[in-house]
Structure formats: C-alpha cells, structure tokens
Design a protein around this ligand. Structure first.
Ligand code: GLU
Length: 295
C-alpha cells in the first residue's frame, strides 16, 4: 500500500483561494515527505452539478497534480455499509430518532458539553424504539465509550477534543462525513491528512473511530484558513475569490498560485520549484487575510 496525502473537496461550488491554498499545502506536505498525492471527491451531499469538473480544472490550473484516479464517495457505499455493520455487530451503534430541535434543546441544557449529542436515544427501551421507528426513520449513531480523545497535529501540537455519540448514517440514508472520511483515508493508504483548521474539532472523533475500526490513524496537519478583512472565513460573497472571478478582473491562475506560495513564505513559480524550499514548521500560524490584488 502506498503512503499518501490528499485533498478531499466537497463539490458544492467553485473552489476559492482558501481551498486552493489548502490544496497546494496538502500537495507540498505530501511531496516533501515522499508521499503520493490523491484526490477524493466528497460527493455524499452538498453537491452541485458541474462543480467537480470545475474544481479539478482549477486545481490543475494552479499546478496541483494527483497520482491516481479520482475517488468519489458515492461509489463507495459498500465500504461504509461494511464499517457500520461491523460496529453494529460489536454493539457500538444505536438508532437515534431525535429531531434537530430536540438535540438543540437537550444540548443547551446546563452542563451539556458544547455541541455534544446528549445520548437521549442511547437509553431507549426496546418498546420505545419500536414506537419511534413507526414515526420517523432513524439515524445511526456511534455508541462512544469515551468523551474525549487526543490527536497529535504537526502544526497545532496535541489537541484534545470532544467525542460524543456522533452520527454515522443520517436518517435520510446518507453516510456521515466522519465515517466516510475515516474509511476512505484508510482504504486509499492516506497516512497524512492536511486540511483547514476548521476541521480540527472533528479530528478526535475521526481518530477514535479509526481506532475502533482497527484502522491506522493518519498524521495530521491542520492549516490556518484564509479570512476576509473582517477576520471571517473567506466565502463567495467576499468578491473575486475564485479563479473564474479573478481571471475576469485580470488576475490569471498563475498569479493566484504565486500569491498563495508567497503567503506561506515560498518563492513564486511552479509548485515543483517551491517544493525544495518548503518547511512545514515555518508555515505562518495565523490565518491569511485575503485582499483582492490589483491586476
Ligand atoms: N470535504 C471536506 C470539505 O470540503 C474536507 C474533508 C477533509 O479534508 O477531511 O470541507
């Protein structure tokens, strides 16, 4: 099995400079450590028709290349089913009938850990479960036997975070991101996960789940996001932030790539030229504040 890093976009729209910067960093981390670089399209939900093709084209336009065929999560249902079946056979899952509102109410009770599912349906009796099955499709949750888990992150150090009875399969039948990501990273031989630091809080859940499934826990590096001038995470409404919009105001993809490289202290040029200068430890720790450059 190869040793690989990856970029795993959700094809919900066009990539913006923040996404492209994370992809370039993931490529640099992988290549500088002798790994392959893989691309996985996380298309289980939030998809927009045509977005995948645009994303792949934009990644290529900034010089990101991948070493094997693109993997799509919608083609991998059998692997997710198998993982859930295994956990269920071990008594590690349960059906949950809570509505979003019920969860919010229970989670805002005093002493409830922030954002944690309070375990309401864990305690249902067989009879109660039968009744609720008749009124609502169930989601499947992990029955976690820890409340927190620690991971080691190359950039953020030891991160200890909450693990609750998180959803493995939603009640509309869609596999949850936290399960799919763990199953896929292991199946693709991905032993290095580089992504935006907005996902750091999900990482303890994923590392714990990998451990339960007997899968290796990858090495992690959560990179600072790109933000707008108000310090909020960059979004489409922040003006020209996609390659398409930037090209329309006279800024070609090569220039965007150069700006991204300079933002992480690397010389402008191709990614291959930047590679020998890449030092993970000297990456900026702060978010990059995006300002639309002049053409
Ligand atoms: N598909 C997720 C996203 O686009 C990223 C998941 C990951 O890198 O683990 O936000």
């Amino acid at each position: 099995m190869t040793s690989a890093g990856r970029f795993a976009p959700s094809p919900s729209g066009q990539l913006h400079v923040g996404n492209l910067r994370t992809a370039i960093l993931a490529w640099l981390f992988a290549k500088s450590s002798g790994r392959d670089f893989l691309l996985r399209v996380e298309d289980l939900d939030r998809t927009r028709s045509g977005a995948e093709a645009e994303q792949l084209r934009d990644l290529e336009a900034v010089g990101v290349r991948w070493d094997a065929g693109v993997v799509r999560q919608t083609e991998r249902a059998a692997f997710y089913d198998e993982a859930i079946a295994r956990l269920t056979a071990e008594g590690r899952t349960y059906e949950c009938f809570c509505t979003r509102r019920e969860i919010q109410e229970a989670a805002s009770a005093p002493h409830a850990p922030q954002g944690a599912y309070p375990g309401t349906c864990r305690r249902l009796s067989h009879a109660e479960r039968e009744i609720r099955r008749a009124s609502r499709p169930a989601s499947i949750r992990l029955q976690a036997d820890v409340v927190e888990w620690a991971v080691e992150d190359q950039l953020c150090g030891i991160y200890r975070g909450m693990v609750d009875d998180f959803v493995l399969r939603r009640n509309d039948g869609v596999t949850a991101y936290n399960l799919a990501v763990v199953v896929d990273d292991a199946a693709q031989g991905i032993d290095q996960v580089v992504r935006g630091d907005d996902l750091l809080p999900s990482t303890p859940r994923q590392a714990y789940l990998a451990t339960l499934l007997g899968l290796p826990v990858p090495e992690y590096a959560h990179v600072p996001l790109v933000v707008n001038h108000d310090g909020a995470r960059l979004a489409k409404r922040d003006g020209a932030v996609t390659l398409g919009d930037l090209a329309a105001v006279g800024i070609p993809a090569g220039r965007v790539r150069d700006l991204i490289l300079e933002s992480v202290g690397l010389p402008a040029g191709t990614l291959e030229e930047a590679l020998p200068h890449f030092r993970p430890r000297s990456l900026p720790k702060e978010p990059w504040v995006w300002k639309t450059p002049r053409p």
